[in-house]
Structure formats: C-alpha cells, structure tokens
Design a protein around this ligand. Structure first.
Ligand SMILES: Nc1nc2c(ncn2[C@@H]2O[C@H](COP(=O)(O)OP(=O)(O)O)[C@@H](O)[C@H]2O)c(=O)[nH]1
Ligand SMILES: [Mg+2]
Length: 389
C-alpha cells in the first residue's frame, strides 16, 4: 500500500488532518474509523468507478465514486534546528522511512510561531514554514555525510565501488537507492569526490526531494487573514481546512448532511436536528468551500498520489464480461499502479504466482488481448490470463 506521511511543526494541524482523512463513512470503508494505531491510519484517494460507464451493478463505490485506500502516518512534530540537537528523533525518522511521499502541513493563518506556540493570527509569516522541513531533513542528511566522509571515501576505494553506492548504503534505511544518488548528482551537477560544503548541501536537498516527494498543504486557511493568503498565493500548495473537513465527515457520519470527501459542497439533510450554532458553523464551512473549491483535504491526498507519485488506478477482474472476481464480486479491487506499468506488473501485484505464470491480458472494454509490454491507462479494467491461479 502507498503510504503518505503528514509532517510539520507542532500545532499546524497534523493530527486534525489525520483524524479527518482517516474518518470514513460506512459506505466508503468497511470500518468507519480506520485508525490502526495512534499514528497509523487508512485514508482514501478519490477516483471514478467504471461501473456506471460499463453498466454493471457495483457495491464498492458510492454512486460511481470510488475510494481507494492508502496508508497515512501522523508524524511527530519537528521544530527548527532539530538537526543541530540530538537529531531528528528515531520516531520521526522511522515514520519518514515508511512514507512514499510527505504532506507538509503549514499553518497558513500565521497563528503559530516557529516552534508551534500559539501567537496572534496573522503575526507569523507562513512562507517561513514552507522551507523549514526540507531544510531540516536535508541538513540532517548532510551532517551524517560530512561526519562519515573520510570513512565513505576509504570504503569506496577499498571495496572498488563508487562513492554513490556508499552514500546509498548510508541512507538505505530512508529508502534511498543508488539511482536516487546518481540522479541527484546529475541534477545538481556535482562531482562527489571533489564537492565542497555548499554543493553537498544542495546535493542532499535534491536527494531528499527525489526520494521523498513533498506536497505543501496550507492548513487553517479558514482563519487565515488576507495578508497570509496573499503571501502564499502563487506558491505550489493546496489550501485546506482540516478542521472543516473533520466537522463535515462527522456530520455526514451522523447523517446530518450528505457529503462525500472531495465534494465541493454538501447538503443538509431534511430532518437533521441541528442547533443554530451548528448550522452557523456549517454555513461558515460552506463559504470556505465555495472560495477554495472544497476543504482541500481530499484534494491534498489525491494530488499526492496521482500527481506527486504519478499513480493510475487499474481494476483487475477475472470475468471480463461481468467484471467480477471468482466470487462474483463486481470490480472488487482497485490498484494504484505507477504510470508506465504493464499488465505483467499488475499480475505480479495481484500475486507473485500469477505474475510468474502470466500469459496475456484482456482489456475488458475492448475485449482484445493486450501484450505484456502494453502500457496500462488510468481506469483500465484488465483480466489477466495466467498458467497459475
Ligand atoms: N481554524 C482551524 N484550526 C485548526 C485547523 N486544523 C487544526 N486546527 C487547530 O489547531 C490546533 C492544533 O491542531 P493539531 O491537529 O493538534 O496540530 P498538530 O500538533 O500539528 O497535530 C488545534 O486547536 C486544532 O483545532 C483548521 O483547519 N482550521
Ligand atoms: Mg499532533
């Protein structure tokens, strides 16, 4: 499963985002509260279910909208200059290691200082929070490299492998590979053997950027004054109100409103027994959603998976006519595959035995055979024919 980490300074709204994103209605998830432990949960990305287009009865979507699970990690808060102290903390690094991408939550309302202490709304420049996480992580990486530099060079000489391999070994725990190191040196245009401090810091930033893609989420946008929003406008980020999303998901769970995560608006259900204060709170959220095109929480999850991680959704089936598995369940699975994946990759993802016995695949839309080198498209429905089952 793809895993996303929610990171940022204390009090920016990480846990609120986590709670909102992992609270799913019964129609979306078989277990409405999909929290595994305090820091690990299941969230969902939103996509179109092909059942409507294909005219098949489906029980795995809500009215043609399909929610596909991803793991979510609520990472321990990080404060500035953490890399200078005892390091970033084992729990922080462990969470980072598990993640494919990072949602970096910043307080877009400028209501928390650099350490996350509450201050007057708008008194902190939110731009300052954007750079800090990447800076902390890359400086921490740089610190490790520079402390071990002599040893790494000796290793590289003695064992007849490259410095790049040695560096990849040091950061293997973070999921960094030789390819990452190689690509980062290319992009920065640095020769590792002769690089100075500045170049090495830049190299670490790039290594961090490509191994842990990061999406900035401007949270608390609901209370952000115009000057803060203006500061952030034009930056590559998604404005959000995690608190608003949490309120909506709870209201939907309680059958007060009709709302699906990622909708641009919601509808108060007739007969909903709401107090005047609750109605006013919902009205405020509605105004926010109108301005920001939704609450931003679902948009952040979807952007991280579909844009940052470049995933497509593929639906494997066993019966290409009824679009079912062997038990007759319609469109039972939705897999998040890397763009460029082939039917053989899909077969391996279903099961390694099925991958090994792969013969060919059938595109259920056309009924035609597709080759193992064919590139899968978003929304494809694929039957795999394998010598093993
Ligand atoms: N106005 C507003 N407040 C929020 C939002 N998200 C979180 N908060 C508040 O910010 C404070 C810190 O939130 P929390 O999720 O515990 O932050 P964490 O330390 O990053 O996990 C709490 O008082 C939340 O209610 C939001 O979207 N809008
Ligand atoms: Mg928290």
């Amino acid at each position: 499963m793809i895993r996303l980490a929610i990171a940022g300074k204390p009090n920016c709204g990480k846990s609120t985002f986590f709670k909102a994103a992992t609270l799913a209605q019964a129609e979306i998830a078989s277990y409405p509260f999909t929290t595994i432990d305090a820091n690990h949960g299941v969230a969902y990305v939103r996509t179109v279910c092909p059942c409507k287009e294909m005219h098949v009865p489906c029980e795995n979507c809500v009215d043609g909208i399909r929610f596909v699970p991803v793991g979510l990690i609520d990472v321990a808060g990080l404060v500035p200059d953490a890399h200078l102290g005892r390091g970033l903390g084992n729990q922080f690094l462990d969470h980072l290691r598990q993640a494919d991408a990072i949602l970096h939550i910043v307080d877009a309302s400028g209501a928390t200082d650099a350490e996350g202490n509450p201050v007057e709304i708008g008194s902190r420049d939110p731009i300052k929070d954007i750079e800090f996480l990447q800076y902390e992580i890359s400086m921490w990486m740089y610190g490790i490299l520079s402390r071990n530099w002599a040893k790494l060079q000796r290793q590289a000489q003695a064992r007849e492998f490259s410095l790049a391999t040695a560096i990849a070994e040091v950061f293997a725990g973070l999921g960094i590979t030789y390819e990452h190191v190689h690509d980062a040196t290319k992009t920065v245009g640095v020769d590792l053997r002769t690089a100075g401090e500045e170049e090495m810091v830049e190299f670490c930033r790039e290594l961090m950027r490509i191994s842990k893609p990061m999406l900035i989420v401007g949270n608390k946008a609901d209370q952000a004054p115009k000057k803060c929003l203006d500061r952030l406008a034009g930056r590559d980020l998604i404005f959000a109100s995690a608190a608003g999303e949490l309120a909506l998901r709870m209201a939907a769970e309680g059958k007060f409103i009709r709302y699906l995560p990622g909708d641009r608006n919601f509808e108060i259900l007739s007969g909903a027994n709401l107090s005047a204060a609750q109605r006013a709170a919902l009205q405020k959220i509605a105004v926010f959603m109108e301005m920001f095109d939704g609450t931003g929480v679902q948009k952040a999850l979807d952007t991280a998976v579909f844009k940052l991680l470049d995933r497509i959704v593929v639906f494997p089936v066993e019966d290409e006519h009824k679009l079912t598995d062997s038990k007759g369940r319609v469109l039972p699975d939705a897999f998040l595959m890397k763009r460029g994946s082939t039917p053989r990759d899909l077969a391996y993802q279903v099961h390694s035995d099925i991958g090994e016995g792969f013969l060919y695949a059938i595109d259920a839309r056309t009924g035609m055979r597709v080759r193992d080198t064919h590139e899968l498209k978003n929304g494809d429905i694929i039957k795999i024919v394998s010598v093993r089952r």
